[in-house]
Design a protein around this ligand. Structure first.
Ligand SMILES: NC(=O)c1ccc[n+]([C@@H]2O[C@H](COP(=O)([O-])OP(=O)(O)OC[C@H]3O[C@@H](n4cnc5c(N)ncnc54)[C@H](OP(=O)(O)O)[C@@H]3O)[C@@H](O)[C@H]2O)c1
Length: 247
């Protein structure tokens, strides 16, 4: 069983990119890391790397698009702990950029399955473990592209990026977070975007072919800030590493 004094966190898509960096940073703080990875080999390699650095890490096979995989993940986490302090819904898919006129339901559905239904699937399944914690927090990893204010600002490059699936999936995730926050006040539900929205910067990862201007450490500042909120911290907010982001 996990030490009752240790904070525990489950991170989806923890095998690389921002999820891995968030795991590394929270592991450094002595937290127990449940490292979600849809591919066992990649997850095992990532968990070994964190363990070599001294982290207390348990690899959890977890495909956010599969009910069965998520149920198995709950069973595995329950073998180690009877509560979960923090859930970071980080796993995300960019989809292929298809112009709105050409986009089909199938194009959009596969992105929603990961970015919208994934966080709902995982959150719903882990709610009992979260509710057993003294001060539970859920961090949803969204994007500036999910903000109506950002996408309709002509100064923002994303306003000229014509696609339907990714931005609308993150907009849905933002609203879902607000609705969870309103309905479940004992759990903090907040949204982090990894970039610096005002400066039009994002973090270099595989998702953007490493074209981002920020490091993964900078990219995870907002995620770590929300994961480590005090008991009297906010719920239902949307931030990047510089502060609040307009919805
Ligand atoms: N980089 C940025 O600046 C930026 C900006 C805005 C938003 N975001 C968001 O940040 C989050 C992390 O992205 P990243 O930049 O770190 O990209 P990344 O390096 O491509 O990592 C994405 C992670 O999600 C996992 N994943 C994808 N589909 C999954 C599924 N069905 N089940 C479980 N895991 C799945 C990937 O696993 P595999 O290795 O198996 O593919 C990988 O671990 C995403 O939600 C993304 O939308 C990033």
């Amino acid at each position: 069983m996990t030490n009752a004094e240790q904070t525990s966190v489950l991170i989806t898509g923890g095998n690389k990119g921002l999820g891995f960096e968030a795991a590394r940073r929270l592991g450094e703080q002595g937290w127990t890391i449940f490292l979600g990875s849809r591919d066992e080999g990649r997850g095992r390699a990532a968990a070994d790397k964190l363990a070599d650095g001294g982290a207390n890490v348990i690899m959890v096979p977890l495909d956010v698009t599969s009910d069965e995989s998520v149920s198995e993940a709950v069973r595995l986490v329950r073998k180690h702990t009877d509560r979960l302090d923090v859930l970071i819904n980080n796993a995300g898919a960019p989809g292929t950029i298809v112009a709105p006129a050409e986009a089909t339901v199938a194009d959009v559905h596969s992105v929603y399955d990961t970015n919208v239904y994934g966080p709902i699937r995982v959150t719903h399944a882990f709610l009992p473990l979260l509710q057993a914690a003294d001060h539970p927090r859920v961090v949803m990893v969204s994007s500036g592209g999910g903000s109506f204010a950002v996408v309709t600002d002509p100064e923002q490059p994303v306003s000229k990026m014509h696609e339907l699936a990714y931005s609308s999936s993150k907009a849905a995730l933002n609203m879902i977070t607000v609705r969870y926050a309103q309905a479940l006040p004992k759990i903090k539900f907040n949204v982090a975007t990894p970039g610096e929205v005002a400066n039009r910067k994002f973090a270099a990862t595989d998702m953007n072919h490493h074209t981002g201007q920020l490091t993964v450490t900078e990219g995870t500042d907002s995620i770590v800030e929300l994961a480590t909120l005090d008991a009297d911290g906010p719920t239902g907010i949307f931030i990047d590493r510089l502060g609040p982001v307009a919805w």
